[in-house]
Design a protein around this ligand. Structure first.
Ligand code: FE
Length: 215
């Protein structure tokens, strides 16, 4: 799974629907490849299922949320995270395919960061799991670059005019993670409670962390 840069040709995965649809060309190819690999004895279906299961159940945005919560509570960790994302994320045990080189970009009152892969669907798997369908869609990939504020508005993120929006284009080599701003009113929360406020979209830049429940 290291050679992710092999399929920069799938411009037709614009299935932003929530109803059943015919299998896409990629899905059919993936099924055919799996059948062939199993038939040739190169892998077993169980092994493929195990990889999928791992990314569905064990590796997901909860990993990234732990990274963010640690950065919010530990200034030294935050500095290490911004200086060398791969190493600092690795300190928490998150590493591997599709996240070999991680760069963490920090939101501030002056700068809001958003990540995309304009070519296909490069995404930081070890911290966010598998990408959402919209992240892979042609409209998101094109529009977030051309009109980021409009796209953010559609996600419900309204930024003051003076906030600069920076769009980071992921590649096979470099994957980005957004470090969102810690929400107001969270001074008394511990790391675990903070992590629960960190949404997937807030680490892509298309969302903001949740507000703490009124106590
Ligand atoms: Fe990509």
């Amino acid at each position: 799974m290291h050679d992710h840069d092999h399929h920069h040709d799938h411009d037709h995965d614009h299935d932003g629907h929530h109803h059943p649809r015919p299998a896409s060309a990629e899905e059919l190819r993936a099924r055919a490849l799996e059948a062939l690999l199993v038939e040739k004895g190169i892998v077993t279906s169980d092994a493929i299922d195990a990889v999928i299961d791992r990314y569905v159940n064990d590796v997901g945005p909860q990993n990234g949320a732990r990274v963010v919560a640690r950065a919010w509570t530990d200034p030294a960790y935050r500095e290490r995270l911004l200086a060398d994302g791969t190493a600092a994320i690795g300190e928490l045990g998150f590493a591997g395919d599709e996240g070999d080189t991680m760069v963490v970009v920090e939101n501030t009152p002056a700068v809001h960061n958003v990540i995309v892969c304009t070519l296909c669907s490069c995404y930081p798997w070890p911290v966010l799991g598998l990408p959402p369908t919209w992240y892979k869609s042609a409209p998101y990939r094109a529009r977030v670059v051309a009109e980021p504020r409009a796209v953010l508005g559609e996600f419900g993120v309204e930024l003051p005019d003076e906030v600069e929006v920076r769009v980071w284009d992921s590649t096979a080599e470099v994957r980005y993670l957004v470090l969102p701003m810690r929400p107001a009113g969270t001074d008394g929360l511990d790391e675990e409670a903070l992590a629960a406020l960190v949404t997937r979209d807030s680490m892509i830049g298309t969302g903001l962390p949740l507000a703490p429940a009124a106590a």
